[in-house]
Each structure stands twice: as structure tokens, then as C-alpha cells.
Design a protein around this ligand. Structure first.
Ligand SMILES: [Zn+2]
Length: 214
């Protein structure tokens, strides 16, 4: 009986340590002394959408970080350049938007490295937020791994723009990291929720930075 309890305790201790090791290097929010928050856009660049986001950000005088898919950047280098020209930062979101848990280790790492040739970034966000411990341990040698404080779920067509806004409202605080999508699936919700989120955050006295200039 005693051995049984000991085994259970050891198993829990190992699980706890693994989770701790995993979480320690992943960024969920930034500890910033000022009222700064971080807008991020995943899945771009997209032919008929990226410019609409850039227009909103320019009108609101806000900078953001775009976690781009390498293959999209390969097809639209001019859009990647437009993002950079406007003072926004670029992050790596794999070459083919792979799901880490379902992709063999070597394939996944090679895919991220291939994307790196197009994106040239030290920031990485795994698609779907899914990454294995081994993939994570390798990638953290070369990248800051950025997750999020809140996701807008803007791709979900069951949700209204108001509901998407509601999902990220609470993250409009010091060091918050908010995710919208530069993805046609999210266009309708995102284009309406994004300017409202920015204005709501500004009303609270928040300013916006990219990960490059944090
Ligand atoms: Zn994605």
C-alpha cells in the first residue's frame, strides 16, 4: 500500500515538473511596467485581407505582430514586405500551418526552419497552440515561443463580432497578448471586432507594441 502511494506521488511529481518545464519558457503575457498590450494576427499574409488589417492599424496608429505562415509569405512576399514597411513585427507560424501533436518531430522542426527562411523571425507561435515537449525543447533554443492571454475566436462563424470582442476584452490590460486572425475564415468577425477592441483598449489608456520593440 505504501509503495502504491509512493508511486502515485512520484508520477504526479514528474507530471508537475514536466508541465512546469513546458510552461516556463512559453510566454502567455508580458510583464510590462506600462499600460502596454500586444496585438497579434495569425495565419497571414492573405491576398485580400492583410491590407485591410494594415489600413485599420494605420488609421488607429497601432503596431502589431503578424505570426505568418511561411507558405503564404512565399506566395505573397510583397504583403510580407508591406507588413514590415508599416513598422509591424513578424513571427513564425510554421511553413504549412502544422499541428504539432500530429506531426513527427523531425518533420515539424524542418517545417519551422523552412518557414524561417522566408520569415526571418525569432518569435514562434505553434498553430492551434499544439506542440510536443520535444518540439518545444528544440524550438526554444532559437525562438521565443509566444502563446496568448486571450483569443478572439474570430474564425468561428457561430459567433458574432460582439461575442468575439467579449472574448478578448479582459485581456486589454498591462502585458496582455491578444490573437486575431489574418485568415479569410475570420474576416467578417475580425474586421468588425478589431477596431472596436482597439478603441476600447485606448479608452482604458492602453498603448500597443510589437514583440520587436517591447
Ligand atoms: Zn494559425
Amino acid at each position: 500500500m505504501k509503495i502504491f502511494v509512493l508511486v502515485i506521488v512520484i508520477i504526479f511529481a514528474v507530471i508537475f515538473l514536466l508541465i512546469f518545464a513546458f510552461q516556463k519558457g512559453i510566454i502567455w503575457q508580458i510583464f510590462h511596467p506600462q499600460k502596454v498590450l500586444y496585438l497579434t494576427f495569425d495565419d497571414g499574409p492573405q491576398e485580400n485581407l492583410t491590407h485591410k488589417i494594415l489600413d485599420i492599424l494605420r488609421q488607429e496608429d497601432v503596431k502589431a505582430t503578424f505570426f505568418c505562415v511561411g507558405d503564404c509569405a512565399r506566395r505573397h512576399p510583397e504583403l510580407l514586405q508591406a507588413i514590415r514597411n508599416e513598422g509591424h513585427a513578424i513571427g513564425n507560424h510554421t511553413m504549412h500551418h502544422l499541428k504539432g501533436w500530429k506531426t513527427p518531430y523531425k518533420t515539424y522542426i524542418a517545417d519551422v526552419e523552412e518557414a524561417g527562411q522566408w520569415l526571418n523571425s525569432r518569435f514562434f507561435r505553434p498553430p492551434y497552440g499544439k506542440i510536443s515537449l520535444r518540439q518545444y525543447l528544440q524550438l526554444k533554443k532559437n525562438y521565443q515561443i509566444i502563446f496568448w492571454t486571450a483569443i478572439s475566436y474570430d474564425w468561428d462563424r457561430q459567433l458574432s463580432p460582439q461575442q468575439c470582442l467579449h472574448k478578448v476584452e479582459a485581456a486589454a490590460r498591462r502585458g496582455g497578448i491578444v490573437v486575431f486572425h489574418d485568415n479569410p475564415k475570420a474576416e467578417k468577425n475580425m474586421l468588425e471586432a478589431l477596431p472596436r477592441f482597439i478603441r476600447m483598449a485606448k479608452d482604458k489608456g492602453m498603448t500597443f507594441k510589437t514583440f520587436e520593440d517591447r
